[in-house]
Structure formats: structure tokens, C-alpha cells
Write a protein that binds this ligand. Structure first.
Ligand code: SF4
Length: 502
């Protein structure tokens, strides 16, 4: 979709205009000349010192004209950055309004295109706004619908129940450990996930680097007296490695990390049922792993085949019961709405199967076409449900969760997500994942160790975020893990040296 944009001279508005366009159309291209465009949108920005008035006009292919206008009072705003943000939001506001009128598609998240809506909610709360004030602001300024604001409010309250000291955990850290191997690669996947078969040598050298990183980071944390809030083993599938390798890895954690006994939560993703064995469950028990994930995604066999997961539905159920019988008492299961070939009936079936298992938490994802996935590269091969069906499936998920006493406790959005919906983590009472809340709400640094592990360093004093990524492929990781460890320690030294309470 190519759209002719007139009247926008400040390039800083291009990004919000593109993001809003992408909510309505696939692969939007903005053009500043009229050639080969599908329709044109003209903006008129009248900026006086006290207020800004933005008018927009859309002329469709059939010469139908749509208009939207908004005035924003800027009298109280002194800060230039904040002033610009208000104008930018006003541009988004009129543009969203006009596209909603033109297409008939309603965006329940309004102009909010970011990944973490609840983070904004927390921010407003920390600024001292009441729930009513936040609600009004989200509705009037961001055009977010009541249902989504209530969802955010419910999640934020729940998070603060689970982690009452959420806003003061900035002087602790969480650790993410990335193990980049899987039995096979799923079609929608863009995680670092390399087929484990035949790469035993590379697994071994990868683990050598990983142990090194754990020792060095652990030592640094001990020296500085910094506590770990949560640890999360992800990937890939961390249970793809052998039971002996897992044993050595967790032993390293116990030896190297400070005060492991008092870490609030340790999760190991065992996403692929075909990697779970009694020996590995014994190892997880030995190290008192609190939480694991066993991910069905769907209980329809043809779907699993279509997305490249080479295990059976029966195996998911069987491994779930095995884990349960061996003492795992906090199991998460991921489901995906909108998998190829699936409609409402198939998703309802998956929900009905979930009822037979009742895991402690269920994470409901909506399929997203990530740029680098096999599915996106061969999009024509994968038939997915339309926007209305996807929305209905999400509604069914919401109803089902409520009926079975699962409450939403974290949410995030992605680009190119079907129906512009969201991914929501649900949990039974007291079974919420603390790590998932920490990663979403960005209240403390998360140190990424291992392949493809992204670190997010949050300045304890100013909240500024610094991203740092380890390489995604095992070869580059093996070549450079020392350098990446040094770099992270350098960043940590800078951040925590300036922390007021250290
Ligand atoms: S199991 Fe997870 S990490 Fe592995 S290929 Fe599938 S989606 Fe990717």
C-alpha cells in the first residue's frame, strides 16, 4: 500500500505515521510525491505558542473525502521534548481517526503502537495519576478502548500484588540465559534456534563459553553485593541439551551466582515436549527449578506438522503428566491464536484440551509474521484466519480464562501481529511468573548471557535503557564470548557505580 502524504515537513513525524499506517495495511510505503499512490492524506499543522491545531484530509481512490481535526492546548507545557511529543500524538490522533473512518477498521489500542502498554500505565501511576485520571487520559488522548484500558489496569494491579516492591527492584538484576538449540526449527520462529542433531561439537564449545560468562557475571554480582531477582533459561529450548549438560550448567549457577537460595524464581523453558525425559526432570528437581514451560501451541496434529514441530499432540500431554508426576508444580503452556489452517473451531478445541490439564499458567500468543521467519518468507503457503476470526478467537480465550479462574498478569504487543491484537500471560492465583513481569515492565536490568541473549541495562538512577546483544549464532558466540562478557561488565560498572544506594 503506497500512501501519498502531503503537508508533513518534519521528518520526525514519518515514523508515527508509518506505524499507524501499518495497523491498517500490509507493507505500507509512504510517498511524498503523488506517483503511483493508492490515496492521499494531507495534513495542515497550525502551531501557535499556546496550542496546535491539526487538520487532515484523505482523498480516496473514488474521490471520496474524509476529514479529521484536533486542537491541543500546549499552554502548560514548558519542556520542548514534551511539547513535541504532544504534537506528535496529535498527528497520530487525527491520522488514526481518518484511517478508521476510511477503512471501517477500529483500532482498540488507539494510537498506542508500542510493545509494552502496561509500562506506560505504570509510568503514569508512578507520576501520581489516579486510576480514573489514567483511564480518562488513555481514552481521550490515546483513543484506547475501555476494554483494553481495563485489561491494562487489571494487569498492573495484579503485578503489584505479585511484586509489591516492583518499583524498588532497580538495584537488583534478573538473568536471562540463552541456549540456542532446538530439535527442529518451527516455521514462525525467529529465535536463535539451531537444530541440535549432528552439532554436538558446537554444543560443547557453546557451553564452555556459557559457563565462562556465568562465572564472570556471577563474580561481578558477588563483588558488588547485587542480588538476583529471577533467572530465566530460554532459547531455543534449554532442555535440548543432555541431562548431564543441564546438571553441570545448574551446578555452575549454584556455584557462581550469589545467594541462589533466595532467587525469587528460576524458570527453564522445556517448550518442546520431545526434549523432556525423566532424567532431565530429575535434574530440574535436583536444582529446585520453580517453573517450566511445556508448549503445545495447538492440540491439532496437522497444525504441528504444518509449522514444523516434529512431535505429536499425545507427546505434549504425556510429557505434561510425566512432569507433573515427577513433582513439577508450576507449569506454563503457550498457545497460539491464528496458526495456519486453524479457525475458531480448532482454537476452541485447543482450549477444551487445556481444560483437561489445567497448567498453572497459560500464555496466549497471537501469530505474528516476523520478517525473518520461514512463514513470512513463504507467506503464500500458509493460510491464516481473517481479522474477524482472530478477534473471535481472542474473545473466546478471554472468556475461557475468566471462567477457569486464570487472570491476565502480563501483556505485550508485536509488530505484524494478526488483527493488531496482543500476547497475554494468564495465571492461576499465586502462579504468575515474576521474570515475565520484570522483562515487560523494565523496572530493573536484565543481564543476557549465552547465545542470542539480549541484555537490557536500566540505569538505577535515571531509568535510561541501554541495549546490548550477544551474537545469535553459536560460532560467533564461541569466537567472541570473552569480549561480550567484558563489555557487559563495563556497562554494569558504569551503571551501578552511579547508583545512589550502593
Ligand atoms: S521450539 Fe521455540 S525456539 Fe525452538 S524453533 Fe520452535 S519456536 Fe523457535
Amino acid at each position: 500500500m503506497k500512501i501519498y502524504i502531503k503537508g508533513i515537513n518534519d521528518e520526525r513525524f514519518h515514523r508515527p505515521i508509518r506505524l499507524i499506517s501499518n495497523l491498517f495495511f500490509e507493507e505500507t510505503e509512504l510517498s511524498f510525491t503523488p506517483e503511483d499512490t493508492e490515496f492521499e492524506v494531507e495534513f495542515l499543522i497550525e502551531d501557535t505558542l499556546d496550542s496546535v491545531v491539526i487538520t487532515t484530509r484523505l482523498i480516496g481512490a473514488d474521490d471520496q473525502v474524509f476529514q479529521a481535526k484536533r486542537q491541543k492546548n500546549l499552554q502548560q507545557i514548558q519542556d520542548e521534548k514534551e511539547r513535541f511529543k504532544q504534537i506528535k500524538n496529535t498527528v497520530s490522533y487525527v491520522y488514526l481517526t481518518i484511517l478508521q473512518n476510511y477503512t471501517g477498521i477500529i483500532q482498540k489500542w488507539g494510537i498506542l503502537t508500542g510493545i509494552r502498554p502496561t509500562k506506560l500505565y505504570h509510568k503514569k501511576r508512578q507520576e501520581g495519576l489516579t486510576e480514573q485520571e489514567i483511564h480518562r487520559m488513555f481514552k481521550e488522548e490515546y483513543l484506547i478502548h475501555d476494554e483494553k484500558i481495563s485489561l491494562m489496569q487489571q494487569i498492573v494491579n495484579r503485578q503489584l500484588d505479585v511484586i509489591p516492591d516492583l518499583y524498588s527492584l532497580k538495584n537488583e538484576v534478573s538473568i536471562y540465559i540463552g541456549i540456542p538449540f532446538c530439535p527442529t526449527k518451527c516455521a514462525y520462529c525467529t529465535f536463535p534456534a539451531y537444530a541440535i542433531n549432528g552439532r554436538q561439537g558446537s554444543v560443547e564449545s557453546f557451553l564452555g563459553g556459557l559457563h565462562f560468562e556465568m562465572r564472570e557475571i556471577g563474580l561481578w554480582l558477588k563483588e558488588k553485593g547485587i542480588k538476583i531477582t529471577t533467572v530465566y533459561y530460554g532459547g531455543g529450548t534449554p532442555t535440548s541439551i543432555s541431562a548431564e549438560e543441564m546438571d553441570m550448567l545448574y551446578e555452575e549457577m549454584v556455584q557462581s551466582f550469589p545467594d541462589v537460595e533466595n532467587i525469587r524464581e528460576i524458570t527453564v523453558e522445556a517448550g518442546r515436549p520431545d526434549t523432556i525425559t525423566p532424567e532431565k526432570l530429575d535434574v530440574l528437581n535436583k536444582y529446585k527449578i520453580d517453573r517450566i514451560s511445556i508448549n503445545p501451541q495447538s492440540y491439532i496434529q496437522e497444525t504441528l506438522k504444518a509449522i514444523g514441530r516434529h512431535h505429536t499432540v499425545e507427546e505434549t500431554i504425556e510429557k505434561y503428566h510425566l512432569a507433573r508426576s515427577m513433582g513439577m508444580n508450576n507449569i506454563n503452556m503457550d498457545l497460539i491464536i491464528g496458526l495456519p489452517g486453524e479457525g475458531i473451531d480448532e482454537f476452541d478445541y485447543t482450549l477444551a484440551e487445556s481444560k483437561k490439564l489445567m497448567p498453572e499458567s497459560l500464555t496466549v500468543h497471537t501469530l505474528s509474521f516476523k520478517r525473518a521467519s520461514e512463514m513470512t518468507k513463504n507467506k503464500h503457503k500458509y493460510k491464516v484466519a481473517n481479522r474477524e476470526e482472530i478477534t473471535t478467537m481472542m474473545d473466546h480465550a478471554v472468556e475461557w480464562m475468566k471462567k477457569h479462574e486464570y487472570a491476565p498478569y502480563y501483556l505485550y504487543r508485536q509488530k505484524n501481529i494478526l488483527g493488531n491484537l496482543e500476547n497475554v500471560g494468564y495465571a492461576l492465583k499465586g502462579q504468575d511468573s515474576i521474570y515475565n513481569i520484570m522483562i515487560m515492565e523494565e523496572q530493573q536490568s536484565i543481564i543476557g548471557i549465552g547465545c542470542g541473549a539480549a541484555s537490557k541495562f536500566i540505569d538505577p538512577k535515571f531509568g535510561k535503557i541501554t541495549h546490548f546483544a550477544n551474537p545469535k549464532d553459536p560460532k560467533s558466540y564461541n569466537d567472541g564470548f570473552k569480549h561480550y562478557t567484558d563489555e557487559k561488565i563495563r556497562i554494569l560498572d558504569e551503571l551501578f557505580a552511579s547508583s545512589p544506594s550502593l
